[in-house]
Design a protein around this ligand. Structure first.
Ligand code: ADE
Length: 244
């Protein structure tokens, strides 16, 4: 069970994505909850402004501290235990599967989505526990990064994936890429499904899949192999594969 809270100026962006597919089903089942908080509801000026010019000049607008702090308070006061507050920023630590798995162990997570040129530093210093980036590129706001993180974290929350095993044997499990998958028809555009998969011989199928994972990782992401737990026979297979 995980309760996601998202402080944003665009709550519909968050709701509309997560209501679909597996996250949507998880919300309906109660395996996860989604609470979006519109930062604009916490302004005290009649125009509903949430941003202002940067002190010192420069381009763009900066989100003001008060509405962000009040939006945070509205969530925080309903949670008893300490809660992590994730600020999505290209200056943060780059998100990966290990972080997704670690965060999936929390009961509540608060995401703060910034916009414009940023958020007033004083409120960030007071509430943020984790600065996280989803990669070395700059997006227009924190909503897409929050969605990426919530999706990746959700699938590690118990009950979200129908078949708990399918999260285990997957890309990045053990730091190897996933083996290729096939379904019907048996022949597509003249190309047949590999015979071993039709053989019903489970040990051979496992061996073939392991080898394909090793090949793929070597070809596409050799950097991952350094972190993978390779057996002696894996290493031998890769040596032969590279010699080909
Ligand atoms: N906000 C803007 N760009 C971002 C990124 N790459 N990761 C996280 N938050 C962001």
């Amino acid at each position: 069970m995980m309760n996601f809270h998202v402080l944003t100026l665009f709550p519909e962006m968050i709701q509309n994505v997560l209501k679909e597919s597996i996250t949507g089903r998880a919300i309906r089942k109660g395996s996860i909850t989604l609470n979006t908080v519109n930062i604009r509801d916490f302004t005290d000026n009649k125009h509903g402004h949430v941003d202002d010019y940067p002190y010192g000049g420069g381009a763009g607008m900066v989100m003001q501290p008060e509405p962000v702090f009040r939006a945070y308070q509205s969530v925080k006061e309903r949670i008893e235990e300490p809660v992590r507050v994730i600020y999505l920023t290209p200056q943060g630590k780059v998100f990966n599967q290990t972080m997704a798995e670690e965060l999936a162990g929390e009961k509540n997570l608060i995401f703060l989505c910034g916009h414009y040129e940023g958020v007033d530093e004083r409120v960030l210093n007071r509430i943020v526990t984790d600065n996280i980036s989803i990669g070395d590129y700059v997006l227009t706001g924190g909503e897409l990064p929050a969605l990426v993180m919530i999706d990746a974290i959700s699938r590690k929350v118990s009950g979200v994936l129908g078949n708990d095993a399918s999260a285990e044997i997957e890309t990045f499990y053990d730091n190897l890429l996933e083996y290729p998958q096939y379904t019907r028809p048996e022949v597509f555009m003249g190309e047949k499904v590999p015979d071993v998969l039709l053989s019903g011989h489970h040990a051979n199928i496992e061996k073939w899949r392991r080898e394909k994972s090793l090949e793929r990782t070597m070809d596409l992401r050799p950097d991952l192999l350094e972190k993978a737990n390779l057996t002696a026979s894996d290493k031998e297979y890769l040596k032969k594969y590279m010699a080909k």
